[in-house]
Design a protein around this ligand. Sequence first.
Ligand code: GDP
Length: 409
Amino acid sequence: MQHPPLDSIRNIGIISHIDAGKTTVSERILFYTGETHKIGEVHDGEAVMDWMPQEQERGITITSTATVCRWGAWWINLIDTPGHIDFTIEVERSLRALDGAVAIFSAVEGVQPQSESVWRQADRYQVPRICFINKMDRVGADYRETLRQMEEKLGARPALLQLPVGVEASFSGVVDLIAGEFLTFSEADQGRTVERHPIPAEIAGEAMAAREELIEAAADFDDAILADFLDGTAIAAERIRAAIRKGTIACRIVPVFLGTALRNKGIQPLLDAVAAYLPSPRDIPPATGQRPDGEAVDSLPCDPVGPLCALAFKVQADEGRKLTYLRIYSGTVKAGGALWNSNRGCFEKAARLFRMHAHKREQIDEALAGDIVAAIGLKEVLTGDTLCDPAHKVLLAGLTVPEPVVALA
Ligand code: GDP
């Protein structure tokens, strides 16, 4: 299938403080979605997303890369955002292209300074978020403390959707508080198989209390849930999920998931959560812009037959050519078609279009509103430029970002 159905697209980024586990989580996501067949070990410098040589030497993620991966019916465009403090401008640029984010915290270190600054940037752009508390296997893991810090340092309202079973080295899996199941991840196949069990008796009481808290949070976004809860009427899992989704997309709550990426536990529920709680391109407010005569364009609806409007959110050198990552807000980009570059005031041609996978690029003829693709052939483009239909010239609002101030080593 060349075009993902709009409602099945999730354009997401992973944001975190350096060392919280972003690379490991990204690797696991690519593995479970079938994009890679072997899990790259971060310390060997062979992680798939970190493909720039400088990154491999320095062990940090510098550049943004968009990779598409399939999870069931979903098409997840994973946009790699840099985690290092020096690259906040790069983070801002990536945030403009995504519709939702997964924030990763370490259960040991909690909310660290760089997470705080990225979090505030995501607040500024109203990016809905879910959270993954990683490193639950490590000595000193304390997810409750991380939740407290999310409230205190970030002003966030976390909604815990899971409880851990076992602590530190004996962390064995998570209770899904909505489904009422205990999930474990088979070690034999690197966690590919998720096993479902009844909730262990020793944490049944704690799980019931945590579920009540979750239902209270959900009730803020669906009045009928509270009434049913008070009446003692059973509330279907789908209704709770729908209410949590509403609160997440409105940026009023942050669903929280737990696990250990290194030990392959908890990533698959996280992928389910990306699909369940983060928005599709249709669920977010439409982009806005300005015509050349200065008149405001209030809305560029996410519609493939609307006038074309796309953001070049990342330009990279690729074997001597420019590879431009495009977030398409409205209309359709066709390979070989003429585009107007509103920032440079010139015509451009996207000679070839690609859907970027972890290890290969798939050439496509056209890409539709809501999608993220890469193009070769745009000669004048710079990061942050608006590309549009020459017959409907528009400049996306609020997208002029300064060039990076930090030179790469
Ligand atoms: P990034 O800088 O956020 O991309 O973090 P990495 O994914 O590179 O992880 C930093 C270090 O933490 C690496 O040595 C990982 O092997 C390790 N790590 C990542 N996730 C976990 C985890 O769940 N548990 C433990 N114990 N270590 C982890």
